[in-house]
Each structure stands twice: as structure tokens, then as C-alpha cells.
Design a protein around this ligand. Structure first.
Ligand code: 13P
Length: 315
């Protein structure tokens, strides 16, 4: 397991601490990792000879990681991305799986779902979705690799739909956090979740007409929206943002509340906003647009409710 090296407050290197205690003492304390997991600060060494590569980092870091891996991974390696974000380039949006695939010249599937990390680590039952392009055999291999008695994995041939669900649900979770911070109650939150799911579906289809409706009923769809809107970090920080009336920035609250972990939703909604603005479609996505305008300080958190008075465009 490649680990970005950090020096802990004790002066010990993070990888040394993980290998000494068999725990990720900074990001997942109290949970024993498998004995076969060895933290390695050297990326080249960690990927050497690997034929299955699992990418799971904040999406802000994927660019540099891929660039430094070019020419270093096996040409027959299979990748899977657990990263819930996307890259927006001048030429258009690029899914992380596509980016990994293009940079490294290997196939890349995705694994998304209602997966709050701590709950999985405590072996509470969860399910997840593997999104694959066209090779069912590879998808089955990933399913076999990830499945445990408490982790049920379902393959779905819709890599774009699965990945975009995982990405976009973070935007809905921020909206849900605003609603919580404003003490609006459960009905409002449920309404926001429904509007959000609808915009997720339309946005997915706008980018990829191949995206299937059924994908939204998998773990990566409605289930991930629900868990993240109730128990995720995006929701939690967005609630604090609204409680402070938008006066403290997301960056500041993230640093204070997440101890080095990174939020994906604020970056994602900026990227989504860029795509929609570029295509002149902001009016069709009032929830996504409003979330970005609140996050960037152009609107107050209470605007999330004014949004719901706008016309519902999608059936
Ligand atoms: P957060 O990053 O908001 O904690 O979301 C977790 C998640 O993706 C659950 O599936």
C-alpha cells in the first residue's frame, strides 16, 4: 500500500507507524489492517510487478500520482478507481477512471457505493457497485477480490454512470448539510435529496447518453446519496458552514474538522458548475448551481431553500 509520507506530531514517519502498529494511526485509528498490508512511501516500489492496482486517494492528488507512474506499471495491469471526483479540462470533463486509463495505458474499472469508511472498517454490513466497461471477467475478479461476508459487491456494466453517481452525490450531500445547518428538518432534506438525484441523473445523461436508469437504484446511486447525506464528511462540514452563516470558508472548516482528510464535494461542484456554464445549462440545474454559489460565497446558505421554489424542470 503506497502511503503519502508524513511526519506525525510524535516525530515518527506515518509509514513506520503503520508498519509498527498495523494501523493507520492518523486516518483510521483503532482499526487493524490485514497483516499482509505493508505501508510503502515509495510509489514506484509499491506498484512494481502489480497486476491489480486499486486507486483510492483524494481526487486532488491523482494528476501527480498518474504522471509519476507513467511507464512504471505492467502493461497488462488492471486498475480500479474508488475515487469520487472528476477532472475538468479545457476540452471537457474527464472521469478519473478515464484519466487513469489514458495516462497509464491500462483498463480502469470503478468501485462506488454507500461506503462510509469507518463503518466498513468496523465490519458493519455494506454493499458496493463495481462499474465496468465491457470485460465481465475482469469485473468478476474485482467482485471476488472485494467481497467479504459483510461487504456485498455487484457488477454493473455502466462505468460512467457508476462513477458519476459516486462523484455527484457529494454535491447533494453539501446541499443536505446546508439544510441541517439551517435546522430545516427532514421533509426539506428529503426534497433536496430528490431534486439532487434528479439533477444527478440528468447531468450523467448529458455527459454520457449510455448511462442506464437502473444504475441509480444500485448502491452507487440512491444508497450512496442517502448515506452521504446523513453520515458523510461533506454533509458535516457543510452543516458547520451554514451554522456559521457562510462566514468561515470550507477550507478553514475542513482543516479544523477533518484532521488532514480532504473533502471532494466543493471541488466537484466547482467543476460541475464550469461544465454547465460552458454549455449554457446552469438554468437547468438550479440545485447544483446554487450549491456552488453558496460554497463560493456568492449566495448565503439560506439560498438552498429559495432554490426549491424555483421551477422543477426535470420530471
Ligand atoms: P464523505 O466524503 O462525504 O464522507 O462521503 C463518504 C462516501 O462517499 C460514502 O459512500
Amino acid at each position: 500500500m503506497w502511503v503519502f509520507e508524513e511526519t506525525l506530531q510524535s516525530g515518527e514517519k506515518l509509514t513506520d507507524a503503520i508498519n509498527r502498529t498495523n494501523e493507520n494511526v492518523k486516518y483510521l485509528p483503532g482499526i487493524k489492517l490485514g497483516k499482509n498490508v505493508i505501508a510503502d512511501p515509495d510509489l514506484d516500489n509499491a506498484v512494481e510487478d502489480a497486476n491489480m492496482l486499486v486507486f483510492v486517494t483524494p481526487h486532488q492528488f491523482i494528476d501527480n500520482i498518474c504522471k509519476s507512474l507513467v511507464g512504471k506499471v505492467r502493461s497488462d495491469a488492471e486498475a480500479i478507481s474508488l475515487i469520487k471526483g472528476m477532472e475538468v479540462k479545457i476540452e471537457g470533463p474527464c472521469l478519473i477512471s478515464t484519466y487513469i486509463s489514458e495516462q497509464l495505458g491500462i483498463n480502469c474499472s470503478v468501485l462506488m457505493g454507500a461506503n462510509l469508511a469507518n463503518e466498513i472498517a468496523e465490519e458493519k454490513f455494506s454493499e458496493a457497485t463495481v462499474g465496468y466497461r465491457n470485460n465481465r471477467e475482469i469485473a468478476e475478479q474485482w467482485v471476488q477480490l472485494f467481497t467479504t461476508p459483510y461487504f456485498m459487491v455487484t457488477p454493473v456494466q455502466d462505468v460512467e454512470g457508476v462513477e458519476l453517481c459516486g462523484t455527484l452525490k457529494n454535491v447533494v450531500a453539501i446541499a443536505a448539510g446546508f439544510v441541517d445547518g439551517l435546522d430545516m428538518g427532514n421533509n426539506t432534506k428529503a426534497a433536496i435529496i430528490r431534486f439532487g438525484l434528479r439533477e444527478m441523473r440528468e447531468f450523467c445523461k448529458l455527459l454520457f447518453s449510455s448511462v442506464k436508469d437502473d444504475t441509480f437504484f444500485e448502491s452507487c446511486g440512491v444508497a450512496d446519496v442517502i448515506t452521504t447525506c446523513f453520515g458523510g464528511r461533506n454533509r458535516k462540514v457543510a452543516e458547520a458552514f451554514a451554522r456559521n452563516g457562510g462566514k468561515r470558508s470550507f477550507d478553514e472548516l475542513e482543516a479544523e474538522m477533518l484532521q488532514g482528510q480532504k473533502l471532494q464535494g466543493v471541488t466537484t461542484v466547482r467543476e460541475v458548475y464550469e461544465v454547465l456554464r460552458h454549455r449554457g445549462l446552469l438554468e437547468l440545474f438550479p440545485l447544483f448551481a446554487t450549491v456552488h454559489e453558496i460554497c463560493s460565497g456568492c449566495l448565503p446558505p439560506s439560498a438552498i431553500v429559495i432554490y426549491s421554489e424555483k421551477k422543477n424542470i426535470f420530471p
